[in-house]
Design a protein around this ligand. Structure first.
Ligand code: CP
Length: 363
């Protein structure tokens, strides 16, 4: 009997794709294959900071998502797009996904990272001002990604900052790159939402959460308004009577979208196509679980093709029972964030000329 020894390469071949575990895995190529990526639109990001979804229009979101899809489907690390660049991740508030996905994005493009994983390890613990910390960032890196518990922290850091900044979550303010990751997942799931769709193909969007006090939900809702032409209706399910606050309420009114606010999930759940959920509201240095009584689990009456998005971390509102179903778009959403962040780095640092020459879809 001949026993074939597994060498290391064949052992690698039989390993499962680590991203191909649970939930939906839409094909990123569908997002850009017949629709070339417009470099002149992406170049609007060169040298810019990303603070709020207010800075984006639909065209720019689409080109970022198409570029991210290309990066997801194509092996470009060998062209070292971020070679010689240093990104600073400055996290003054806890994070699992955002810091690690930004760092993974840089390292996979051959850039370098210096990191603050905890604000207590900085001069802030000795009373140093954020504007002074911002002045220091200028000398140490080419781009800085900041998360902070205070909503006005970004403004303070930017007082002396001369390198581009990405807001990775500021208190109850915004989380704009999360919204890009959210819409990247939706567009991979239904690429036809890039353009015009028939009335019957428009989506009913449900939000289980309180956009006025949850930054990820707020940024998602703001970005969703850019896609109002493909949305049939927005339903907000919240335990608060006023879950929006003044600015968002005005934005929704201006959009003229059909929308309802309810505290009864059963009124709308079975009609929703996309369900965006979250239960964590940030309140300065602490957080509060809001809306966690609205749970999705094995008993939830979801439409057959409905998909669930969640910026995570989850508490008890989203049962792991859904992880292994086709309703699970939240793992795709989290994994895709790496490519969104890569697309932003290449664009903001104008490293398009480092992409491989044989990529045919950019013009
Ligand atoms: N989505 C998100 O912001 O997750 P983290 O808090 O883990 O970064």
């Amino acid at each position: 009997m001949v026993v074939e020894k597994l060498n290391s390469s064949s052992a690698n071949e039989i390993q499962e794709d680590p991203l191909n575990s649970q939930g939906l895995h839409p094909d990123p190529e569908k997002l850009y294959y017949h629709d070339k990526i417009k470099l002149e639109i992406l170049k609007k990001l060169v040298g810019q900071s990303i603070i709020s979804v207010n800075q984006f229009d639909k065209e720019l979101v689409l080109e970022i998502c198409k570029f991210a899809a290309l990066l997801e489907a194509t092996e470009i690390a060998e062209s070292h797009p971020l070679d010689g660049k240093i990104a600073i991740t400055a996290f003054f508030e806890a994070s699992t996904r955002t810091r690690l996905s930004f760092e993974s994005a840089v390292l996979r493009l051959d850039g370098k990272i210096i990191s603050i994983a905890d604000g207590k390890s900085t001069g802030q613990a000795k009373g140093e001002s954020l504007s002074d910390i911002g002045e220091m960032f200028n000398a140490y890196g080419d781009l800085v990604i900041v998360r902070h518990t205070k909503t006005n922290a970004i403004e303070e850091i930017m007082q002396n900052l001369r390198i581009p900044l990405i807001n990775a979550g500021n208190g109850s303010g915004e989380h704009p790159t999360q919204a890009l990751a959210d819409w990247f997942a939706i567009l991979k799931w239904k690429p036809e939402l890039k353009g015009e769709v028939k009335d019957e193909d428009k989506i009913h969007l449900g939000i289980l959460g309180t956009p006025g006090s949850m930054r990820a939900v707020k940024s998602f809702l703001k970005m969703s308004l850019l896609f109002k032409d493909v949305i049939k209706k927005v339903s907000i399910i919240s335990e608060l009577a006023d879950p929006l606050g003044e600015e968002l309420a005005q934005d929704i009114a201006d959009s003229e979208l059909d929308f309802v606010i309810t505290n009864d999930i059963n009124e709308v759940l079975s009609d929703l196509d996309v369900i965006y959920m979250n239960s964590i509201a940030f309140l300065g240095d602490s957080y509060k679980a809001l809306d966690s009584r609205f749970k999705l689990n094995a008993e939830s009456e979801l439409k057959k093709d409905a998909v669930v998005l969640h910026p995570l971390a989850r508490l008890e509102e989203l049962s792991p029972v859904l992880d292994n179903t086709n309703h699970n778009l939240y793992f795709t959403q989290a994994h895709g964030a790496v490519f969104i962040r890569q697309a932003l780095f290449i664009s903001m640092l104008n490293r398009f000329n480092r992409l491989p020459e044989n990529i045919p879809v950019i013009h």
